[in-house]
Design a protein around this ligand. Structure first.
Ligand SMILES: Cc1cc2nc3c(=O)[nH]c(=O)nc-3n(C[C@H](O)[C@H](O)[C@H](O)COP(=O)(O)OP(=O)(O)OC[C@H]3O[C@@H](n4cnc5c(N)ncnc54)[C@H](O)[C@@H]3O)c2cc1C
Length: 424
C-alpha cells in the first residue's frame, strides 16, 4: 500500500537544506497501480527523486511522488545491450548490479547516490570530451501520464529526445532503458598545481588526457589546484603528461575541497578498479546524508572554454568568500532537447558554494555577467539568477518543449511553480 508522509522533517527540504518544499505530502506508491492512482487523484503532482537538486524543480503546491518503495527492477538484455532500470533506484545501486552482470554505463556523475530518473531529468553529466550527458544513454522511457495511462517510448519514438531531459514536466517516469556496454576498469590519478598559462595554451589537450577529466580551481592566483584524470585501463593512451606541464602527482588521497575529510573520495593513485567506483568522485559506500553547500553550474560551447575561464578569473576574488571550489568538465554534444549540452560540445563550469543563500545570491549575477557572452546554459538542478526569457534564448527548444508538455498534460497536473516560471 502507498505510504503518505506529511511530517518527516528531512523530507521537507532538499538534500542540501537550502530549499524547503511546499508540497503538502510525499506519497510513496509500492505498485504501478498505486502510482497511477496517486497521479490521477491529485490535481498537482511532481515526481521526487533523491532530493539532490538545489532549486525547487522537484517541488509542487500539491503532492510529491517518490518511487523509492516501487519494485527494484534491473533487467538486462545482453544481446541488445540495454538495461531496464527502475526510475527510483540510485546510480550506486543500478551500477553495482550492472557491474556484477558484466556491464557498465558510459559515465556517471560525481555522486552515485542520486536517483537514475532524477539525474537524467535535469541533464546531469560527468566529464569526458567524448562523453555526453547521462541522458544520452537513455534509449527508452516508461512514463505515467497525467491521465494515468502508461506510455512506453522506445528509441525510434519521435519525442524521445524531448523526454530524455524532462524536468518532471511530462509525467512520472517509472523505468528508463539505458544503453550499456561491457564492464571496464578505470584508474584515477590526481595532479596538483597546474599554472593558468598552461591551461590557456593546452585546455583541450588537458581535458583529453583521460576518459574523464576534471579540473578544480577557485579562479584565484593558485591556478588549477587539482586535475582528476580517470583513464580506462584497457584503452586510454596518455595524450599529455601533466608533469611535463608543471603539475605534481599527488601522493595522498585528496578531496576536491581543500581541507575536507578525504574518507569519502574514490580510490586514487592510479589503482585500477571498477568503472562505478572510479568515475564518481565519491564512494557509494560513503553516504553523505546532507550537505551544507549550494551548487550552480553553467555549460557553454567548449570552443569558448579559455576566454570563459579568463572571465571567471576576473571575478575570482569576489567569489572567494563563498566559494569552496569550482569544477571544470567537458561534456560531449547531446540530442536531448533540454540537455545543457544539447547540440554542442560543451565545457561545464560547476561551483560549490558555502550554504550562504545571501552570499551566493550576490555572486550569481557576477557569474551570469561573466559567462553571458558565451551563451551559457544553467543546469536544471542547480541555482541560477537567469530570468525565464533568457532561458528561452539559450535553450532554443524550450518553447517547443512547453508545447509538448501542454499536449501531454493539458490540465497542467505536473506544472509546479518552478515549471510555470520556466515554461510559462
Ligand atoms: C553532491 C551533489 C553532486 C552532484 N553532482 C553532479 C554531477 O556530477 N553532475 C551533474 O550534472 N549534476 C550533479 N548534481 C546535480 C544532480 O545530479 C541533479 O540535481 C539531479 O537532478 C538530482 O537528482 P535527484 O534524484 O535528487 O532528483 P530531484 O532533485 O529529486 O528531482 C530533480 C528533477 O527530476 C525529476 N524527477 C525525479 N524523479 C523523476 C521521475 N521518476 N519521473 C519524472 N521526473 C522525475 C523531478 O521532478 C525534478 O524535476 C549533484 C548534486 C549534488 C547534491
Amino acid at each position: 500500500m502507498s505510504t503518505i508522509e506529511t511530517t518527516g522533517a528531512d523530507l521537507r527540504t532538499n538534500w542540501a537544506g537550502n530549499v524547503t518544499y511546499r508540497a503538502r505530502e510525499v506519497v510513496r506508491p509500492t505498485t504501478l497501480d498505486e502510482l497511477r492512482t496517486a497521479v490521477t487523484s491529485n490535481p498537482r503532482v511532481t515526481a521526487l527523486g533523491s532530493r539532490h537538486s538545489f532549486n525547487l524543480v522537484a517541488d509542487t503546491d500539491g503532492v510529491q511522488i517518490a518511487l523509492g518503495a516501487m519494485p527494484e527492477v534491473i533487467e538486462i538484455d545482453s544481446e541488445r545491450r540495454v538495461a531496464r532500470v527502475a526510475a527510483g533506484l540510485t546510480h550506486a545501486r543500478a551500477a553495482a548490479a550492472l557491474d556484477e552482470a558484466g556491464f557498465a554505463l558510459a559515465n556517471l556523475a560525481s555522486l552515485p547516490h542520486i536517483s537514475v530518473a532524477g539525474a537524467v531529468a535535469t541533464g546531469t553529466h560527468g566529464s569526458g570530451v567524448r562523453n555526453a550527458s547521462l541522458a544520452s544513454s537513455v534509449v527508452g522511457v516508461e512514463i505515467v501520464r497525467a491521465s494515468g495511462d502508461v506510455e512506453v517510448l522506445d528509441a525510434d519514438h519521435p519525442d524521445l529526445d524531448a523526454h530524455r531531459v524532462g524536468i518532471g514536466a511530462l509525467g512520472v517516469v517509472t523505468a528508463v532503458h539505458l544503453a550499456i556496454e561491457p564492464r571496464f576498469d578505470v584508474a584515477q590519478r590526481i595532479h596538483t598545481g597546474l599554472p593558468w598559462e598552461v591551461v590557456d595554451a593546452r585546455f583541450e589537450d588537458i581535458m583529453s588526457a583521460g576518459y574523464s577529466v576534471s579540473m578544480f580551481t577557485g579562479y584565484i592566483h593558485d591556478g588549477i589546484r587539482q586535475v582528476w584524470t580517470k583513464r580506462r585501463v584497457e584503452r586510454d593512451d596518455p595524450v599529455v603528461d601533466l608533469e611535463d606541464l608543471g603539475a605534481m602527482p599527488s601522493t595522498s588521497p585528496l578531496h576536491p575541497v581543500p581541507g575536507s575529510d578525504n574518507a569519502g573520495v574514490t580510490e586514487q593513485a592510479g589503482v585500477p578498479g571498477p568503472w562505478h567506483e572510479r568515475l564518481p568522485h565519491f564512494r557509494s559506500s560513503f553516504t553523505p546524508s546532507a550537505g551544507a553547500e549550494i551548487q550552480c553550474e553553467y555549460l557553454l560551447p567548449a570552443s569558448d572554454a579559455v576566454p570563459a575561464i579568463q572571465a571567471l578569473r576576473g571575478i575570482g576574488e569576489a567569489m572567494a568568500p563563498v566559494l569552496y571550489v569550482s569544477e571544470i568538465r567537458r561534456v560531449a554534444a547531446d540530442t536531448a532537447w533540454l540537455a545543457p549540452s544539447s547540440e554542442r560540445d560543451s565545457v561545464a563550469f560547476h561551483f560549490t558554494f558555502h550554504r550562504d543563500p545571501e552570499g551566493v545570491a550576490a555572486v550569481l549575477p557576477l557569474i551570469d555577467a561573466a559567462l553571458a557572452p558565451f551563451d551559457a546554459r544553467p543546469h536544471w538542478g542547480k541555482v541560477t539568477a537567469m530570468p525565464a526569457d533568457q532561458l528561452h534564448a539559450v535553450y532554443p527548444r524550450l518553447g517547443e518543449f512547453a508545447a509538448l508538455a501542454d499536449r501531454v498534460d493539458p490540465e497542467r497536473r505536473f506544472r509546479n511553480p518552478f515549471l510555470t516560471e520556466v515554461l510559462g
